[in-house]
Design a protein around this ligand. Structure first.
Ligand code: GDP
Length: 480
């Protein structure tokens, strides 16, 4: 056990040198102008470099300030005052990155932001790479890898549920669960390896029935985490809903009504929407990705036919299809044939009749009767709306969100495909250990599979040396 931790320590030191060089600076608030902007520095020289340009009203230098303190004063270049700013001081190791951190709150003009950043870069501070502050937090053991990744999910969270999942992961709920299981496995592996040292004496330090029940526990925990991915991924990326139908059915009008803005061009000229237009909205805490597509019809127009193909392919990757129609423009037979061609077990279809504001129903609605065979199917429901009537559109939205069959048996949800791969690999290795036990495999062979499971679990939390390219790819997804 000791050997593992020394090795980890050495690897961390190696990585520390590789990435943690220099003091870095970046604009931490969104790019562009605003009332206030925040510029952040991290590294050994963050405080001393800021002391060169910052003249506090109290006359006190930042290096004399306590950590977690703020100072007000001028940021100057020579005799010129660039801005009046507020500076927060964090002293290593009590900061986000574990290093000295300075946060400068300045007025948010682009000009001021750039002037301040240039002041520092001209004095030897370097611009941070994407995600580098969080990378440093990981390298300095402030966060494990899965927690660091969750920071990016948290920044990107657009719905209550995505926020909950990211928050849970960032606060370590998920890492803790993995870590407990990993440590139990390490314990067993070390006992099995100890047996190898005493192989001539035929002793069993690792109780095989305890190991079996641990493997069963692991199998069920890993499976439920793996199962939670389909939920977690939908929550993170959004539930995809394609709006399709013939040209002029009112698809663009519906998209605009759903997202409450004029996203797509509405026109009575058929074929105006030629490309898929997408917008995201949150309904009851869940993120939905609505896609308005080109009207589906036979066409000789090359560009329009590319749009039609694209529409069909969007349906193919969606969880929900709203097939919108105007009964004056499509026969019952045509409608049934069209909708049937999209049927899939994992596709919920909302057959939505639009423009009911201009329709007069007779008591016997023969159109509805004729399409009944279609509606009576499990995953096809029928609705009537007018895209111009916001109340009816809201009812449809509510229905879509309520009927969404989304749930996970696991309290801890995974939403990261890197974790999914590692969990799948761990599960595979656990299965191998299980069958190895059944077949009476020797300890050294069991130990190989146990090790494989442990390594894959470590990959999630970054407790082993993670390839530089992988780290690069994880953190480059952070916003800059
Ligand atoms: P798309 O080609 O399917 O995207 O259809 P559009 O949204 O561009 O609408 C085509 C035409 O139908 C436009 O003139 C819209 O104003 C009109 N329209 C859309 N929905 C309704 C509706 O519910 N009632 C009425 N009366 N007209 C509608």
């Amino acid at each position: 056990m000791k050997i593992i931790s020394i090795k980890t320590e050495l690897l961390l030191q190696k990585r520390y040198k590789m990435y943690n060089e220099g003091t870095i600076i970046a604009l931490s608030s969104p790019p562009g102008s605003g009332a206030i902007a925040i510029i952040r520095l991290s590294g050994e020289e963050a405080i001393s470099k800021t002391d060169i340009f910052f003249k506090s009203k109290s006359g006190k230098k930042l290096k004399q300030s306590y950590g977690y303190s703020i100072s007000y004063g001028d940021l100057v270049e020579g005799d010129e005052v660039i801005d009046e700013v507020v500076v927060c001081v964090y002293k290593a190791p009590h900061s986000y990155t574990g290093e000295n951190i300075i946060e400068i709150s300045c007025h948010g003009s682009n000009y001021i932001q750039q002037r301040i950043i240039s002041l520092f870069t001209n004095s030897g501070v370097r611009l941070a790479n994407p995600g580098e502050f969080t990378l440093r937090a990981y390298l300095n053991n402030k966060k494990d890898l899965s927690q660091a990744e969750a920071v990016s999910d948290l920044i990107a969270s657009e719905s209550k549920e995505a926020h909950r999942i990211a928050m849970e992961q960032m606060r370590g709920g998920y890492s803790d669960e993995i870590e407990v299981l990993r440590e139990k496995l390490i314990h067993f592996k070390s006992l099995i390896e100890l047996e190898l040292d005493f192989s001539e004496e035929d002793v069993e330090f690792a109780d095989r029935s305890d190991l079996k029940s641990l493997l069963n526990e692991l199998e069920s925990k890993l499976s439920s985490l793996i199962e939670s991915f389909s939920y977690g991924n939908v929550i993170k990326e959004g539930v995809t809903v394609t709006i399709a139908g013939k040209p002029n059915a009112g698809k663009s009008s519906l998209l605009n009504a759903i997202v409450n803005e004029d996203k797509a061009i509405v026109s009575d000229i058929p074929g105006t929407t030629r490309d898929a237009i997408e917008d995201v909205t949150t309904i009851n805490g869940i993120k939905f990705r609505f896609i308005d597509t080109a009207g589906i019809r036979e066409t000789s127009d090359k560009i329009e036919s590319i749009g039609v193909e694209k529409a069909k392919s969007k349906i193919g990757t969606s969880r929900i299809l709203i097939y919108l129609f105007d009964r004056s423009d499509i026969t019952e037979k045509e409608l049934i044939k069209e909708v049937k061609s999209y049927e899939r077990d994992d596709l919920q279809i909302y057959l939505v009749e639009n423009k009911i504001d201009v329709l007069k129903y007779s008591d016997t609605d023969s159109y509805k009767e004729n399409i009944k065979p279609l509606i009576n199917q499990n995953n096809i429901t029928f609705h009537r709306i007018s895209a111009l009537n916001i109340d009816l559109v809201s009812e449809l939205k509510e229905m879509i969100s309520k009927n969404l069959n989304l749930s996970s048996q696991s309290n801890i949800i995974i939403s990261n495909s890197r974790h999914l791969e590692a969990l799948n690999n761990s599960l595979k290795a656990i299965d191998s250990v299980k069958s190895g036990l059944k077949d009476g495999l020797s300890g050294d062979l069991l130990s190989i599979d146990l090790n494989d499971a442990i390594i894959n679990m470590s990959i999630i939390t970054g407790k082993i040396d993670i390839d530089q390219d992988i780290l690069g790819s994880i953190f480059s997804k952070f916003c800059i």
